[in-house]
Write a protein that binds this ligand. Sequence first.
Ligand SMILES: *Cc1c(COP(=O)(O)O)cnc(C)c1O
Length: 397
Amino acid sequence: MEKPAIEGGKPVRKEFLPFSLPWLGEEEEKAVVAVLRSGWITTGSKTAEFEEKFAKSVGAKHAVAVSSATAALHLSLVATGIGKGDEVITSPYTFCATAHVIEYTGAKTVLADVQKDTFNIDPKEIEKKITPKTRAIMPVHYAGHPCDMKEIREIAEKHDLHIIEDAAHAAGTEYDGKRIGAESEAACYSFYANKQLTTAEGGMLVTNDDAIADKARSLRLFGIDKDAWKRYTKSGKWYYEVKALGFKYNMTDIQAALGLEQLKKIEEFVRLRSKLAEFFSRELGSIEGLTIPRVKPGVKHGWYLYPLLLNLDELKIDRAKFIEAMAAENLGCSVHFVPIHLHPYYAQKYGWTRGDFPVAEWLYDREVSIPFFPKMSGQDSADVVEAVKKIVGYYRR
Ligand SMILES: *Cc1c(COP(=O)(O)O)cnc(C)c1O
């Protein structure tokens, strides 16, 4: 049996392959340079154009461009009036941003455990967590697999709750034949460096609710009138009023120019991601010791990540050792996510410990995000498969 590099064997490849890399081309370079030369670099016409095209691409009424998905999520909560004394239900299996925004408003973070097959919030667990104080549900479309929105919408309707979707992973995701956001009260996309579509940093609040869109447009720039950015144009007026305690959450035209170019390529990016996922699943699906990601019928997966699960009872190593072994083969891996309730801030504030959200913990102990991005070459993806097979083969019980 071939020895893994961590045991002194020969590494699968010489050059390190990171877990993720953005795909930026000449088009992005040209678009950014054009903005730099235009004399108008912050929020302006490019941002407005990006909003219009993004809304159209997902089939939603409004899109409000902001500085991050975190900002979009925070604004959604503020725009729906959520604050102190309220409770918001979300998934423990997410990035800290999802819970942080609830904390920013002064509301209480309530967690409902996830489903083993999709890593997504379990509607049955949501129902158990509803109290008279519950005001909203924040589903997270993990890795780009849509949540069970039909069930979640039924619960929200029954209890008169808002639904604010963390769509940070959902570029390209479809549910019931429609893109995430097409039927949403609020869906928040991320354009962080390693997301499917990037503006380096950036986010989009997609909504079909006129009032949320109006409030978000004002709140993203200090609570000034919604077209505040126009005050320096020829048609602009110097006078403005602050009508609410808003934030500095606007997107720049440099970011929007990047986003406009990336938006043209998103279908292709997601197609390549699905192809890569198919390849990994075909190659790794029958390997003892591994569980590949599942896709529920009737949905379109956006494939932000390829979350592989290690069957720990069939292996002699744990997830941490597996990632070290992959690094020795010159392959970068990551983990998505450390569950919310295990972070010291949340554990201390809410008294949460291991055992409180058993499915999230079960997934956390086993999940490895292997290198996964559309710019990977055939050799890169073959190397990943070879290394995974070598390590799992060597350490199988
Ligand atoms: C990336 C991410 C965010 C935050 O996105 P930013 O644009 O970096 O603020 C929120 N939720 C999830 C699940 C994420 O992965």
